[in-house]
Ligand binder design. Structure first.
Ligand code: G
Ligand code: G
Ligand code: MN
Ligand code: NA
Length: 260
């Protein structure tokens, strides 16, 4: 055996045991980060980001438990919990914002996904047009996942490619993929410094989206200069600490409609 593999399996098993039923015990918390119109600062939607408040370990960051949930299959129920929570939380939010929920590769590969997503969204009373599902490039390489995305879009749900540009897939796949939105990864936003080199990748993604008639959302905006440059490059929408960190539902209702 590879000892590091054995260690990881043991760790996974421990964490997975705790993660089972975490939703039922009220330990999973969903925070919301506004996605704003960069010209006005007004929120147009919210991304749901899960947190795990473990009774002993404290707040476990998603990067520590999402991969475990993915490897053990717990991600399927966890993901549906977050989706249900987010749709229910935001259905009556002021301005009818859209709701953006992350979907992991494993969820996309589960045959019951379309049925379960549709019934969760219907139960929440959210119009399908107000749901965006975020998938990563690596999640959409296999044919079955592409079929699933087509089905979801057929019901009016929009698909965003998360962390766009960080995967290793070829650009060619984009022209035939059922997607609506490209999310410019925050590493490319961080490179924006007013120079042609700094803006090279963000600009290329924005041009590509324009040609393919996709929308772009810039991630990880931390400065007003970045916003100015993104607007000048033609990216109308974004999110980041400059506007708001992921926050509790109360903040959505308190801050909505207020210009930032
Ligand atoms: O909030 P940040 O640390 O919040 O998120 C870290 C990573 O965890 C991001 O890549 C984000 O996409 C992922 N993530 C956050 N919430 C969810 C979720 O509900 N489902 C999935 N699959 N990933 C999530
Ligand atoms: O992979 P995904 O885009 O879903 O990840 C979202 C992650 O990005 C979350 O961890 C969220 O907390 C984080 N995030 C959101 N805005 C900013 C930002 O302005 N700067 C940085 N460094 N991280 C951010
Ligand atoms: Mn995301
Ligand atoms: Na991202």
């Amino acid at each position: 055996h590879d000892p590091s593999m054995v260690d990881r399996r043991a760790m996974d098993a421990l964490l997975a045991e705790d993660l089972t039923g975490a939703a039922g015990r009220g330990e999973l918390i969903v925070l919301y980060q506004p996605i704003v119109d960069l010209a006005t600062g007004n929120p147009s939607g919210y991304e749901a980001l899960v947190r795990w408040r473990h009774p002993v370990r404290g707040l476990v960051p998603p990067l520590d438990f999402i991969p475990v949930a993915e490897r053990t299959g717990l991600i399927y129920d966890l993901g549906l919990y977050v989706l249900t929570r987010a749709c229910t939380d935001l259905v009556h939010a002021p301005g009818s914002p859209y709701v953006s929920v992350n979907l992991s590769p494993r969820q996309l590969q589960t045959p019951t996904l379309v049925h379960d997503v549709l019934s969760a969204v219907k139960r929440a009373g959210l119009p399908m047009e107000r749901l965006v599902l975020e998938v990563t490039e690596s999640a959409i390489v296999d044919e079955k996942s592409i079929v699933t995305l087509h089905e979801l879009r057929g019901h009016g749900i929009r698909i965003a490619v998360d962390d766009f540009g960080t995967g290793y897939s070829s650009l060619h796949y984009l022209t035939r993929l059922p997607v609506d939105i490209l999310k410019i990864d925050r590493s490319f936003v961080a490179e924006l410094d007013g120079t042609p080199t700094g803006s090279a990748i963000a600009e290329a993604v924005i041009r590509l989206a324009q040609v393919l008639r996709l929308r772009t959302i810039a991630e990880g905006i931390e400065t007003a200069d970045q916003t100015r440059e993104l607007l000048a490059l033609g990216c109308p929408t974004g999110q980041g600490f400059l506007y708001a960190k992921p926050g509790p539902l109360e903040a959505v209702f308190t801050n909505a409609g207020r210009s930032l």
